[in-house]
Ligand binder design. Structure first.
Ligand code: FAD
Length: 456
């Protein structure tokens, strides 16, 4: 017997329930990845993610080859390609991970329909992309948790499986046609500092992280210059690492650093269960509707300054340049630039979210949209009116200005925390800098925000 394993956002061999089940059920297995043009058409295949995906697929293929198998790549709509592959190898079942987005649900439905006609069973596995399946824990009277803390309490009580070992051998039947693997070097417009993708790189990073960063995580995760977070997000986004394994191994490690880290990983599951229950929240305001954002055309210059990292607020500009250079941004920086755009400049969160999705290597409809909504005060934040003052944030999380000097070379010679307020330098000092004046006065921005929200 033959089974097909359709890989989606789960590009790994370790702790992979669909692969595990397929190997148990069948003598031979076709590990399949389909490059669906639908993703391209929806504008979700930004260069950084396409390059990282190419790494993931190459690594997955290499790991399968070491086990006697290979990865089959196909190009085309998922239902059509999976159906064709199943026919080519005479498969009786197809295994895949459950997704949460509207796109994933549609894909699953169409696939079920396409395979059903041929008598091929579709087996969908939960808790592959998240540690706890969306909907597995719910509060009384609702289909999802809208507040993080009670969700975290319930989530923490769930018992997770022991991570499944990677298979030793994978036998792939002959005669299944495949496309060549994509090549990262062929993707134009990739950020120069983009990390290497793939399960092997992800597992190495995770091992190094548990040996060094994890213990210090609680104290260091908000330090912009110290960069004390795991940087595992792109590996989680592509499923090159299993969230179940991440949580289980961190718990085994123990200590306050690991606890704080697991709590952060839980935010990922939290947002997944919100979006799974309310798929429309990827584009529509989740809780509080705001329709008084500034007109996009009127705000065009401010939006461009924000995107390009020349708002005149050094910490904001540093973060936006880090994003462009690395395809990644520190969480604290994401919070403060998103607050700056939506609350200080009063620009619609969807505009910021779009820009993030164009560049982030971990850019993810679930985490990106739900975090943007959280910051914009339209989502699950229980204090939707809080505004992060970029100066206060800079002094607190980049106290001596190292982060700013790293990313804004024009300010490289301004010492200490003076770098956060270049407008306070003497006229002579300022004239030597090629750095813009602030695009907005913070007090005015705050007044506009309060006025607009006060009327809501
Ligand atoms: P760590 O601090 O090491 O955390 C470990 C893991 O926990 C992360 O890899 C991530 O998977 C998860 N995590 C941590 N914080 C969050 C959070 N707030 N929400 C969801 N998961 C979290 N994360 C994405 O993965 N994709 C996105 O597109 C994305 N967009 C964001 C947009 C905004 C405006 C904000 C404020 C946050 C966004 N985040 C997003 C969440 C968070 O900033 C990143 O997950 C984190 O910075 C990744 O770095 P790390 O792996 O070093 O994190």
């Amino acid at each position: 017997t033959v089974a097909v394993v359709l890989f989606t956002s789960d590009l790994r061999l370790h702790d992979h329930p669909p692969l595990h089940a397929a190997l148990k059920a069948a003598d031979e297995v076709v590990p399949l990845f389909v490059l669906d043009p639908g993703i391209h058409a929806a504008g979700f295949d930004a260069p950084n993610r396409r390059a990282f995906l190419a790494d993931c697929l190459n690594d997955l293929d290499a790991s399968l080859r070491r086990r006697g198998g290979r990865l089959v790549i196909r190009d085309g709509p998922v239902p059509r390609e999976v159906r064709a592959v199943a026919a080519e190898c005479g498969a009786t079942e197809v295994h895949m991970a459950a997704g949460v987005t509207a796109y994933a649900h549609r894909r699953e439905e169409r696939l079920r329909e396409a395979l059903g006609g041929d008598g091929v069973a579709l087996r969908v596995h939960e808790a592959v992309i998240t540690a706890v399946a969306p909907g597995a824990v719910t509060p009384a009277g609702s289909d999802h948790f809208a507040v993080f803390s009670p969700y975290f309490r319930r989530w923490s009580q769930e018992s997770l499986r022991e991570p499944l070992a990677a298979p030793r051998t994978v036998r792939v039947p002959d005669g299944v046609r495949g496309e060549p693997l994509p090549d990262r070097a062929q993707v134009p417009g990739v950020s120069p500092g983009l990390p290497t993708g793939g399960e092997s790189a992800g597992r190495d990073l995770f091992s190094r992280w548990t040996r060094s960063g994890l213990t210090l995580y609680e104290d260091r995760h908000d330090d912009l210059a110290g960069d004390g977070t795991s940087r595992l997000s792109p590996y989680l986004h592509f499923g090159a690492l299993s969230p179940v394994e991440l949580v289980q191994r961190s718990r085994t490690h123990g200590g306050p650093g690991a606890e704080a880290f697991v709590r952060q990983v839980c935010w990922r599951d939290f947002h997944h269960q919100v979006l799974a229950a309310r798929p429309g929240a990827s584009t529509e305001d989740y809780r509080t509707r705001h329709d008084r954002w500034r007109d996009e055309e009127e705000a065009a210059e401010d939006i461009a300054a924000w995107r390009e990292g020349r708002t005149g607020y050094p910490v904001v500009d540093a973060a936006m340049r880090q994003l462009r250079h690395e395809g990644w941004m520190h969480n604290r920086a994401r919070l403060l630039v998103a607050s700056f755009l939506t609350k200080t400049l009063y620009v619609d969160w969807r505009i910021g979210a779009r820009h993030f999705l164009d560049l982030l290597v971990d850019g993810d409809v679930v985490n990106n949209q739900m975090n943007w909504q959280w910051v914009a005060g339209t989502g699950t934040d229980t204090r939707p009116h809080r505004v992060l003052n970029p100066l206060v944030q800079a002094r607190r999380f980049d106290p001596d200005g190292t982060y700013v000097r790293r990313w804004v070379p024009e300010l490289g010679d301004v010492d200490g925390r003076r770098v956060h307020e270049p407008w306070r330098l003497t006229a002579q000092e300022r004239s030597a800098l090629d750095y813009p004046e602030p695009v907005v006065d913070l007090a005015e921005g705050l007044a506009r925000f309060r006025h607009a929200r006060g009327r809501d």
